[in-house]
Ligand binder design. Structure first.
Ligand code: CO8
Length: 372
């Protein structure tokens, strides 16, 4: 049995960013338009008026200050409140493939590896922009990698589930290395016209290169172990899919975009995650005190504060549990990997940390790493 290591990571960040204030101005103008247009129905009580959003609420409830997006103009147009992304010809690279390639090249450069060194590509994301051919195969082709590639989706936990797939293949000897890429265009499946969630998501792509832990050079992280769990819940759901065409009047249905019962998710996922991490550490014979860093899923600052405190048995110190959600918002599967990519270079030989994702499914995934 071989062992595996993360030897490189990369983050592609879109050029446009939207602050909470900009978002709220656009949302409130949209709400005013909606209320004026539907004044009679609102007065008759058949439609509810849209209340205003507030920057103070968004920051206090989530810790989010801004988010990166591919298209700012469409999202901030009160008459639209949805990104506008030009259609691409089939001869051009798809957007998801393009952003993933950017992140992958950064991960490969960090590890000092080229396409010839890589056997597989896993595109792990919470949505894929087409049904087939797999985006992963397109990425493989753009990077000129021999071998195989496949797409997978476990919503916010796609990255950690992808890392376990790659690790297990490396351990068994069927491959020696794999890229796990997470291109997340969350802005296209967020409902920007819903005050309860319009602030939650942003766009980004991440990549990690995973290799057989043999003759490796430089700063890398041994993958000590991985642990995955799922438990069915309807509290985070998106009903868009290929059966859409077979059903009438689907286009404007609210459930064609991201929907959640945020309060329930908050309450139900927290104990699930804390228990999952405790059990994973226990299985590896580790104590919470052995953890130098927690790279957690980036959905909500209060959630991360709670998990950090529960796992460590005390308030996490500055830097022990880095958050990036203030700048990126929730980027689904990419969040914990952005935190890892940006806050791991200072760790020294023997330091142990844990990547942990959680989200729709419900799904929880954790990866225990040791700096080599
Ligand atoms: N401005 C002002 N007031 C607001 C706003 C707003 N924007 N939104 C809600 N309010 C009001 C509400 O109406 C409510 O008022 P009242 O008390 O009078 O009824 C009050 O504020 C409190 O509302 P909530 O209870 O909804 O607020 P919370 O404190 O629960 O905060 C959060 C809302 C931030 C959404 C919080 O519940 C949360 O973070 N929950 C966890 C969410 C989470 O982790 N979800 C995981 C989803 S990600 C995932 O799994 C990936 C899915 C695939 C990716 C999809 C990409 C698009």
């Amino acid at each position: 049995m071989y062992s595996a290591a993360i030897t490189g990571s990369g983050v592609f960040t879109p050029e446009h960013s939207i602050t909470n204030d900009e978002l709220v101005v656009a949302f409130n103008a949209h709400a005013d338009l909606f209320n004026t247009k539907n004044a009679d129905a609102i007065a008759a009580g058949t439609i509810a008026a849209k209340p205003h959003s507030s920057s103070e609420f968004i920051f206090a409830a989530s810790g989010i200050e801004r988010r990166y997006v591919f298209d700012k103009a469409g999202i901030l147009d009160p008459a639209r409140l949805f990104p506008k992304m030009p259609d691409r010809d089939d001869s051009e690279p798809s957007l998801m493939a393009e952003m993933a390639v950017d992140a992958a090249l950064q991960a490969m450069a960090q590890a000092g590896k080229s396409a010839d060194d890589i056997d597989a590509v896993i595109c792990a994301a919470s949505n894929h922009e087409r049904a087939y051919p797999a985006i992963a195969v397109e990425i493989q082709n753009l990077l000129e990698i021999d071998g195989f590639a496949f797409d997978m989706n476990v919503a916010c936990s796609s990255a950690t589930f992808g890392i376990q797939m790659a690790t297990d293949m490396i351990k068994s000897g069927s491959i020696t290395s794999a890229l796990v890429v997470c291109p997340e265009i969350c802005s296209a499946h967020l409902e920007w016209r819903d005050r309860d969630c319009h602030f939650i998501f942003g766009d980004v792509a991440t990549a990690v290169l995973i290799e057989r832990d043999e003759d490796l050079q430089g700063a890398y992280f041994k993958i000590k172990s991985t642990k995955l769990a799922t438990q069915f819940s309807n509290n985070i759901r998106n009903n868009n899919g290929f059966l859409r065409r077979t059903r009438d009047q689907m286009d404007d249905r609210r459930d064609m975009q991201f929907m959640q019962n945020g309060r329930k998710v908050f309450k139900e996922v927290l104990p699930l995650v804390s228990k999952h991490i405790a059990e994973h550490l226990d299985k590896e014979g580790l104590q919470a005190a052995d953890l130098k860093r927690l790279w957690l899923h980036q959905a909500n600052k209060a959630m991360n504060d709670y998990i950090g405190k529960k796992v460590l048995g005390r308030d996490p110190q500055a830097g022990e549990q880095p958050n990036i959600l203030q700048d990126y918002a929730n980027t689904s599967s990419a969040g914990s990997i952005i935190a890892f990519a940006k806050y791991s270079s200072d760790m020294v030989k023997g330091d142990v940390g844990i990547i942990c994702s959680f989200g729709a499914g419900y799904s929880v995934g954790s990866v225990i790493l040791e700096r080599a």
